[in-house]
Design a binder for this molecule. Sequence first.
Ligand code: KG4
Ligand code: ZN
Length: 344
Amino acid sequence: MLVLGIESSCDETGLALVDTQDGLLGHTLHSQIKLHEEYGGVVPELASRDHIKNLLPLLHELLLKTNKSLKDIDIVAYTAGPGLQGALLVASSFAHGFAWSQALPLIPIHHLEGHLLSPMLSEPKLEFPFVALLVSGGHTQIMQVNGIGDYKLLGETLDDAAGEAFDKTAKILGLPYPGGAHLARLAKEGDASAFALPRPMKHSKDLNFSFSGLKTAVMNQYNKLAASEITQKNLADLAAATQEAIVDVLVHKVIEALKMTDSKRLVVAGGVGANQELRSRLKSETSKLGVEVYFPPLEFCTDNGAMIANAASERIKAGKVKLNKNYNQPVRANWPLEDINSFY
Ligand code: KG4
Ligand code: ZN
């Protein structure tokens, strides 16, 4: 069966075709980074309008690329939440209209489930159970994943997400939005030991995180520098120290979670999963425990349509979704992952 997946929950419009037998056939993506850059963050109304503008051209491009036609599509899946209400409505409305016009089943997908299962795009044989570290611009969670739709939250951030910590500190250092990848690039030239930054909640007795204090600490360090000291070298050192502080806490808590659950598999998903420092630290620390670590391919770390089509395909194969033709399903801007099965 051929599944069309559509993502428009934030600032990426993504479409993909996944065959339930053969996997990913192709995907198309438009990032709105340029659009939001001058505002230093996502402007929801602009995001919605841009999704509307790009969805159809991306669909045409996808069909051309995969040599398929609209008639070949058997099932329509879309991100129903969580995300920006207006942005979510774009994929949802299109999916409803298209599925209705062709009398196709419609599958709403939880955005975070899309991220959680995204390593399957390159590792179709990934087995349950596993521990998942979900690190994006909006979420930082450690989860025990026992099967499709069976997710137990082990810990999460109490304030800023890891991606937010990257983005907000990058902004302090004068880097463009979204700052995560820019900060990581600058950090490569820096010496992390040049500035002492805190490791918030590293030794708390739980698996929760707190990153909001870190940006204040970076701000304080930055403000201590005289104008003549705002050099490329100092900025790179501060970027390296920031990245190390974030990565250090993430790695520490994940290792704790793996020990606590006695897990032998770790999945890392979400935009911050693209961070090379995080990847290499996790690889070396998990190998000491005999744990295998899975990362989605870099292009599927940040938001995309492939992870949505893939999640729908996995649900279909596992028999975890009713293929009904309900063309009146709401979007859920706030949709807790623990509440995921209430939709199916
Ligand atoms: O998963 P995602 O595309 O969107 C959300 O659902 O939030 O993640 C975006 C986040 C942003 O905060 C971005 O700065 C961060 O992922 N990010 C990175 C890197 N690439 C993207 N953070 C650190 N290092 C990177 N290389
Ligand atoms: Zn995301």
